[in-house]
Write a protein that binds this ligand. Structure first.
Ligand SMILES: [Zn+2]
Length: 157
């Protein structure tokens, strides 16, 4: 007798997984191309200027631009690799927060997401209100925010 095991989240079918894989791999190829272009650009610039005339500030500027690019790309590449791994593990459509299913349409639009739309929106609201609170308190330390909200002496008549 065949016994079927059902899990909470429906697994994506092979065609859906294939679509996500393609989207992620396209994005990865694009990022790597970008990184190459950026590298070539700054290398050419260095050559054109000539080593003798490069002053320290210029060198620093090239260096920091490159670092920024690489940081961002490294971060995104990491997210893409994670998402590809989650496809193999069949957890790509499982929300990291509430374990509910992430809709396939949403995944296709944002294959690196790890939250369902509800959790994502909730997070964004939290971030926004945190940013607003931080703005009001003039960027003070975070521990001060949300402390005592004493309304002393409320009996005014
Ligand atoms: Zn969720």
């Amino acid at each position: 007798m065949l016994k079927r095991i059902y899990i909470l989240c429906d697994m994506l079918n092979e065609s859906q997984k294939g679509q996500l894989r393609t989207a992620l791999e396209t994005e990865r190829a694009r990022l790597i191309e970008n990184a190459k272009d950026g590298l070539q650009f700054s290398m050419n610039r260095e050559r054109n200027i000539g080593r003798d005339s490069i002053d320290e500030s210029m060198e620093e500027e090239i260096f920091s631009t490159e670092l920024r690019l690489r940081d961002r790309e490294k971060f995104l590449l990491g997210k893409i690799d994670e998402a590809l791994r989650r496809i193999e593990e069949n957890t790509i459509n499982e929300c990291e927060d509430c374990a509910e299913e992430i809709g396939f349409k949403r995944l296709l639009a944002r294959p690196v997401t790890t939250y369902c739309i509800d959790c994502k929106e909730e997070r964004e609201r939290e971030e926004q209100s945190q940013a607003q609170q931080a703005g009001r308190s003039g960027g003070g330390s975070r521990e001060d925010i949300g402390g005592s909200d004493e309304l002393s002496g409320g009996n005014e008549e």
